[in-house]
Design a protein around this ligand. Structure first.
Ligand code: IFM
Length: 454
């Protein structure tokens, strides 16, 4: 048995997002978000579930902060619902919505839990979606207006800001399966991703100019280590392209103020994307981040059967399960060494950035309750393995200062509705009763002792 002890001051946290937990979708003047619209009007979400009530966190935030306190969390990462603050995306502010986050932040601070805010975790005000969503440069200005308000109003108490959560997912992936308009539109997704990077850089710029600029600002990317299914040259090329699309396309702008040349060429040939505006690159250059948030759950295995395959990037992902590996309920391979590879690679190739793991966790079956504790041994094993990889990376010199479990509690898992559960805390959606899982007790002890036995 080995004991792992993390460095002093390591930031132990848990994460959630507004649409996934808040509920109160139309209360107190909140505007409609794209996810309200998707859930109400499109037949895409499993069981036609919606986030209308979700975990009812909007009304139960005090009880939830108490849970965090009992867990011993040092930090809580949550996102703000943009349409709760600006119901139409810009212009008139909704005072009640502003008050909700004031109360939440004050409650966290009163319990010595650091609030970490994600400005955007996918719930775009629907009025901005109708003018083109992230494909429209006008949305950048509205986002900057929103961010600016947030820093001015909450920045005296909030000292860690995340501009966006997982741009890869809400641009390239959502557009490529037609989430927003039922039309596969990878080109649109690429244009959206370019605009999001510009919005990110502007949001960093105005943070530095705000009256509360004494905190830290970064972005959260979902990143994956990419492995070839064989050592053939074709498979290695496949790795380069998927790594280019899913990792470098997002890392390079925020850490090198550039876009990867190979991908620019490929995307021009396949999707005829326009050139990156010069002013975007200048903005990115002038506005570096303080930290990189990394969300990681698994690894990606890829391969190509022919040169022709290399121009259809989706075909390169190998979705066949390998018999020797373990998989989560999301069908994702448990691959903690992959996180180690990813962290050491980013450290090496991107000049030793400050990193927080802003999400990591597992969807697993956890419907047994013994003596009042929900049994989720698979999740405990998963977290043990992944935290060990984090520890190894830190020991190798990676500048990693904190870790947030996804998620504090079970919640609305997007197109999977409530069918996938990631929480440390179980939610009974009929009664809204919160019940601790075994993983919650385990994590509480990890935080208390700043480590664990493996
Ligand atoms: O629930 C999501 C979250 O919103 C973004 N990152 C991945 C999580 C689990 O799939």
């Amino acid at each position: 048995m080995k004991t792992i002890i993390f460095p002093d001051g390591f930031l132990w946290g848990a994460a959630t997002s507004s649409y996934q937990i808040e509920g109160a979708w139309n209360e107190d003047g909140k505007g409609v978000s794209v996810w309200d619209d998707i859930c109400h009007n499109k037949k895409i979400v499993k069981n036609r579930d919606t986030g209308d009530i979700a975990c009812d966190h909007y009304h139960r935030y005090k009880e939830d902060v108490q849970l965090m306190k009992d867990l011993g969390l040092k930090a809580y990462r949550f996102s703000v619902s943009w349409p709760r603050i600006f119901p139409s995306g810009k212009g008139k502010i909704n005072v009640k919505g502003v008050e909700f986050y004031d109360n939440l932040i004050n409650e966290l601070l009163a319990n010595e839990i650091e609030p970490v805010i994600t400005l955007y975790h996918w719930d775009l005000p629907v009025s901005l979606h109708t003018i083109g969503g992230w494909e429209s440069r006008d949305v950048i200005d509205s986002y900057v207006e929103y961010a600016s308000f947030m820093y001015d109003h909450y920045g005296d108490r909030v000292k860690k800001w995340i501009t966006f959560n997982e741009p890869l997912v809400f641009t390239l992936w959502f557009y490529s399966f037609g989430l927003y308009n039922y039309k596969r539109d990878i080109r649109g997704g690429l244009i959206a991703s370019i605009n999001v990077n510009a919005a990110h850089a502007k949001a960093v710029e105005i943070y530095r100019q705000s009256k509360n600029s004494d905190g830290k600002i970064g972005i959260t990317l979902n990143l994956s280590p990419i492995y070839p299914v064989s050592s053939s040259e074709l498979d290695k090329k496949a790795v380069k392209y998927i790594d280019g699309r899913d990792n470098r396309w997002f890392l390079d702008p925020v850490l090198k103020a550039s876009y990867p040349n190979d991908m620019l060429k490929l995307f021009k040939v396949i999707y005829n994307i326009p050139p990156i505006p010069k002013e975007d690159l200048i903005l990115l250059e002038n506005n570096p981040i303080d930290f990189l948030g990394i969300n990681n759950y698994s690894c990606t295995r890829v391969g190509a059967k022919s040169e022709e395959d290399l121009t259809h990037l989706e075909k390169l992902i190998n979705r066949k399960k390998l018999e020797c590996r373990e998989y989560s309920e999301m069908g994702l391979e448990v691959c903690s060494n992959g996180l180690f590879d990813l962290l050491t690679r980013i450290d090496r190739e991107y000049n030793h950035p400050l990193i927080y793991i802003t999400e990591n966790g597992m969807a697993c079956k956890d419907d047994k309750n013994i003596d009042g504790i929900v049994q989720d041994d698979d999740r405990v094993n998963y977290l043990k393995q992944y935290l060990e990889a984090v520890y190894r990376a830190i020991s190798r010199g990676v500048n990693l200062k904190g870790y947030f479990v996804w998620s504090l509690m079970d919640n609305f898992e997007w197109i999977y509705g409530y069918s996938k559960k990631f929480g440390l805390i179980h939610i009974n959606y009929d009664t809204q009763k919160r019940t601790w899982k075994r993983s919650a007790y385990w994590y509480r002890d990890v935080i208390k002792t700043n480590g664990y036995n493996i």
